[in-house]
Design a protein around this ligand. Sequence first.
Ligand SMILES: C[S@@+](CC[C@H](N)C(=O)[O-])C[C@H]1O[C@@H](n2cnc3c(N)ncnc32)[C@H](O)[C@@H]1O
Ligand SMILES: [Zn+2]
Length: 812
Amino acid sequence: MAKEIKDINFALVEETRPPIYTAMKYWGKKPHNIWREYIKNYTTKDGLYLDPFAGSAISAFEAVKAGRKAIAFDLNPLTSFLIETFCTEFSKERFSIEVNKIVNEVKNDKVYQEYFHTTCRKCGSNSAIAQSFKWENGELYEVGIECLECKKNIKTRYLEKPTSAEIAKAKKLNNIKINTWYPEDMFYNSPSFSANFIDCIGGNHFSDLWTRRNLYIISKIFNKIIEVEDANLKKQLLLGFIKTIHLCTKMCVPRRENAKRSFSTSWGRSAYLCASRQMEMNPLLVFYGNCFGKQSVESSLINIKKYLGKIPKTLYVDKSNKSNRSKSFDIKYGIIDINTITDFIEEDSIDFIMTDPPYGGLVQYLDLSTIWLIWLKKTDQKFTPDYESEITIKNNIQDIETYKRRFQNGIKNLFKILKKDGKILFTFHNKDIKIWNAFLNAVSMSGFKIEKVIHQQNRRTGESNVANPYGTSASDFYIRCIKKPTAIFKTNEQDFEHFVIEKTISLIAQRNEPTPYQILFNGLLGEISPAGFIIEDFDKNIEQILSAHIGSIFDITNNNDNKAGKYWWFKNPTEYIKYPDKKLTDRVEDTIASLLRRKVSVTFDEVLGEVFVKYPNGLTPDIKSIDQILKKFANKSGGKWIYKGGETEKDFTDHTEILYFLLEIGKKMGYKIYIGKREQSEIYNGKKLSEYADIKKLDKFNLDQDKKSRVEMLDMIWINNESIECALEVENSTNFTSGIQRASNLNISINKIMVLPNKRKTEFLSIKDPLFIDSFKKYNWGYLFYDDIVKLKSLRNINKENLNIFLNHFIL
Ligand SMILES: C[S@@+](CC[C@H](N)C(=O)[O-])C[C@H]1O[C@@H](n2cnc3c(N)ncnc32)[C@H](O)[C@@H]1O
Ligand SMILES: [Zn+2]
């Protein structure tokens, strides 16, 4: 089956998330459309896709959208809850009736009346609602007020200092008696609940996360929900509930002064944290807001049917029905520890696995989800989390050895259940080299062979952003492996050193510019594993190996542009750059400029797509630099980048026109003309430049592939009797050195002419750089300005002699 599949070998572009994925908080959500493309590509039509660490279950829904069957397991019961709820039939009317009923009942509750009603400062009404309370070090300092009376049914919302009545109420709220059920779980032993945290939150129970009045209200809402008989409706209401409760805790912090957003808050960091400033939200309003409107239960459940084309058919598995092999499902799901996965899935039965495993203890998934699970488990025991089996690292509780053992065994299980020759794709986004090694070991021990590593930059803030210590965009590695039991691993230190040095040289040479260490490291990571090396202390090794050659092969300089490490370059560039090209940055700029000219208006994603494909892997530039290039050539308007035209466009037309003149001059001199690959499609007088040219391909010149690919990009070549006589570069806006580098792929003796706009005369003539002047002379260059060309072309006869009269050389 794997035979007909064409591999994806470059980074893809992330799209905006649809509402179904913004509905619930989860850490480390993945770019949905990219996952879909992978799943679609690697899972055959009736094939089976598996995500054993499904998290928010994005992968399962994307598989359904791609028309594939998915198995989505996770140890976290929340995953199962989300799948169950998203796959229920949704009736807007019934949902709305039920929510309103609950909300009205709570509204009329005595405690709600007393603690969440206040006096409107504007119209004096006594039925204004306290929307939020802000606290600092246990003192109330601000109240958010909503009043419907001021403007007759139009909400007035404002912030005020608390009145003495409000302060008095705040002082006695711990006396509130709660007569409905709420969870009485204590914080268990985990570094997630530090002594400081417990002290700040004011107790060692989960219920202490909320102020007493908030706990009262959420408990009321919860108890009303669990009385609902219709199981689907109940789940939908519970979704609204769990979307609400983490936003009403004492962990919520007021946003920095910003009028627009000072009425809401978030659980920003993936940890249990408590600060001196707190924002106490009115839970009933939050619940209502999470049921209807933007990013609500309603919007996501309505969207899912549209988005997927259907409500997926689900099949739940657990210990009681583990031998159920029914194929009648879109999503099979369960609360399954990967270490027992072989009880639920047969050997050699899965076509493709793509998964985002827990890498180390960066995010404590189960601890964080407990805030929701303590409530959900009241509705069903299966939502009780099994902390003991989690693959994570926790100080003093679970060390890296346990982590490795569980992780390794899990990957071994995946090896068993994947079909022969089947592929598995892991995403990796942790900068801790110990974890990377544990991962590589697990892969090698299980017998997978790494085929390809792709560096995939994420546009959205993912977990990787948290782990990124340097200033570059958040990014993941996509590590594609195949079940081919024959993998042999190399362990020879010398081979490894040699490999690292060679690869680094070739990477810098291909980029042809000083390159930050982090980019080299990312590029190397992508090469080393597929080559079969497994090395402990990987990072240290690479830096040590390379550093030993600073001063002989490499030359390093400080990087003040970003935090991606020092710039690495060659001590003696010509020794390593066999086939010089333009600098990578200039090539990328050319690509973007020419895309803009062709399309005039482009989305950022179109640009990324083009750049990712043209410059794969070690050549992919940082997303941030693309933004800068775009700003140079285009203006942003309505989500699109619109080509500036104007000066830039004039430069381009001048460039095309001058090329045409040079073509005429060359012809008059009796040469056959080749036009550069990129310029061939430029239009002059209604025709493509290539149509005026005599030679369209350079095949007959016996250039090897690398050389040919550089020479083809020169602006123009004059050819005489099957041999190259002269190369021409028109340097309109680009760096003068760029053209020089490309043309040095041709014999020194071949004439080379650089053509420059008149306006660059002073700039050019003031070049003092001895290196530039040296290579200009050495490679037999001359230069001409545009006005020279215009004069030349008007001559009736042109020959080498009168060309030489115009041609300038550097005189030192
Ligand atoms: C990085 S997250 C996956 C996030 C997911 N890609 C998403 O888009 O939401 C890793 C997941 O592994 C799960 N996990 C941890 N230990 C596990 C185990 N032993 N078996 C199965 N899942 C486990 C965690 O609950 C967590 O959801
Ligand atoms: Zn009012």
